[in-house]
Design a protein around this ligand. Structure first.
Ligand SMILES: Nc1ncnc2c1ncn2[C@@H]1O[C@H](COP(=O)(O)OP(=O)(O)O)[C@@H](O)[C@H]1O
Ligand SMILES: [Mg+2]
Length: 358
């Protein structure tokens, strides 16, 4: 949709939503659930806006994902995100959700509580009293994948060092996860940078029934001179250090954590992740999202139950995921405090924010 066409269709008091929508009557007729928006304006043809008395975004459309872009104060958090959580709670009470709050504004949490959608779990990269997780939890290939994303540098490492870092994760993480007791990133750090710890791990993993191939691969890496192996992975160790010793590290390295992503997804619980924007918070968010990704994949493969929505919601995270979002926002014909929501679909709808159910 071109900016000028969109601008032509805007009324100052309308909030614009680029979505495919189902009107309540047709959604009700087809028995499909969705998010009841209330009064709205159909903008399929922005030059001829059409009033819709009761619009509903069908669940099928919501499941495609959505992005809300708008000026500060336009209602992205309260009307769109909290509105959606509220609608989900009423229309699909068996669904869980996870909200990643990038502003660190505790007000959003208070509003969740205020509208009786208090999250089951609260994790914060900043607040000492919040709940704990273990970033080393999961199947070893998933953990290696996750750690590669947060621990391996891209721009400042040559491919030799990146390959070395990847190789060491692939060789040592499976042994740690083979042990009968829980392990965490602090154990990984010790194994990588204490001279004898790697061999001790290899010995104990063998006793715990580790695959001989895993043991051989680990031995090959450990046979290098100690100084050489530490030098080759120094970039990884520097990044890992932030997760084992920095502020907040205690809550990421708990053997018996409060938050287990697999359990909260299968139990359809909700999680509020308070992650005020820092590069550390971003890395924690990436690790959590990877964990949710594993669960999404598992649910798709197993298909043992009818799929239940488990949305991931990101508030004020756009700039972290794409630098282009800011440019897109600047280019949009935003008037006053209009909010614009895009869906990857054809029809468009403008919605009066004051009428959005909250
Ligand atoms: N549907 C609504 N009805 C009334 N007030 C709203 C509505 N949506 C948002 N607001 C108010 O507008 C202000 C800004 O909303 P907010 O969601 O924080 O904006 P954004 O996240 O886009 O910066 C808040 O004070 C909020 O309470
Ligand atoms: Mg906001």
């Amino acid at each position: 949709m071109s900016g000028s066409r969109l601008r032509a269709g805007l009324q100052p008091w309308w909030r614009v939503i680029g979505v495919q929508c189902r009107y309540r009557s047709s959604a009700a007729r087809s028995g499909r659930s969705g998010w009841v928006l209330g009064e709205a304006t159909e903008l399929s043809d922005p030059d001829r806006p059409r009033r819709v008395p009761a619009a509903v975004l069908s669940s099928n459309v919501l499941n495609l994902g959505m992005i809300a872009i708008g000026a500060p104060g336009s209602g992205k958090t309260d009307s769109v995100m909290l509105g959606y959580i509220n609608a989900l709670d009423r229309q699909s009470p068996r669904s869980g959700w996870a909200l990643f709050d990038g502003k660190g504004d505790i007000d959003t949490y208070r509003k969740c509580v205020g509208m009786r959608c208090a999250p089951d779990h609260f994790f914060s990269s900043e607040l000492p009293g919040s709940e704990s997780i273990n970033l080393l939890e999961g199947a070893s290939h998933d953990v290696v994948d996750r750690l590669s994303k947060i621990l391996i540098g891209t721009s400042d490492s040559t491919s030799f060092y990146m390959d070395e870092q990847r190789a060491v994760l692939a060789r040592m993480v499976p042994l740690l996860l083979r042990l009968p007791e829980a392990t965490n990133l602090r154990d990984l750090y010790v194994v990588l940078c204490m001279k004898d710890a790697g061999n001790e791990l290899r010995r104990r993993a063998r006793k715990s029934g580790a695959d001989p191939v895993e043991i051989t691969l680990a031995r090959q890496w450990l046979e290098q001179p100690f100084a050489t192996r530490v030098r080759n992975i120094s970039g990884l160790l520097n990044r890992l250090f932030v997760f084992v010793a920095g502020p907040g590290a205690d809550r990421l390295n708990v053997y018996d954590p409060d938050i287990r992503i697999s359990a909260i997804v299968s139990g359809r619980k909700s999680l509020f992740a308070h992650l005020p924007l820092t590069s550390f918070a971003r890395d924690v968010a990436i690790a959590l999202i990877e964990m949710f990704g594993v669960e999404a994949r598992r649910r798709q493969i197993e298909r043992t139950e009818a799929p239940v929505t488990y949305p991931l919601l990101f508030d004020d995270w756009g700039a972290f995921f794409s630098r282009r979002l800011r440019a897109i926002q600047r280019a949009l014909p935003l008037r006053g405090n209009a909010a614009v929501i895009w869906f990857p679909v054809a029809r468009t709808l403008a919605c009066d924010r004051s009428r959005l159910r909250r």
